[in-house]
Design a protein around this ligand. Structure first.
Ligand SMILES: [Zn+2]
Length: 110
């Protein structure tokens, strides 16, 4: 029984980068959205670059927070004044100063 995760209902962020996942969760906590990081132990066991199925994930605890959480993350990972690029993995539009897709964690093509 893993009762602590009973209310974890929606994934709002995933990344190969543990620091990015924790950063995302912190952004949500600041906004009063309860969220948890999952798969971080799996990731550390796999080393720096876990396979796709071992992406570190951030889940919100309440379904009604999910939409706002995605907005918070999108605004945070999409600052203004930078030329955008399209993620080679999921096609998401990302801002130029980032080397990693905010949504799926894929790295920008060189
Ligand atoms: Zn992507």
């Amino acid at each position: 029984m893993r009762r602590a995760f009973r209310f974890v209902v929606k994934r709002v962020f995933s990344s190969y980068n543990l620091a990015a996942a924790h950063h995302a969760r912190n952004l949500l906590e600041v906004e009063g959205i309860r969220a948890v990081v999952r798969n971080e132990l799996l990731s550390s066991a796999m080393g720096e670059l876990p396979p796709a199925e071992c992406q570190i994930e951030v889940w919100v605890m309440r379904e009604e927070d999910a939409e706002r959480a995605e907005l918070v993350l999108k605004n945070s990972f999409f600052p203004k004044n930078s030329p955008p690029w399209n993620c080679p993995s999921c096609g998401e539009r990302c801002e130029g100063q980032f080397t990693q897709c905010w949504r799926c964690g894929a790295y920008r093509a060189a």
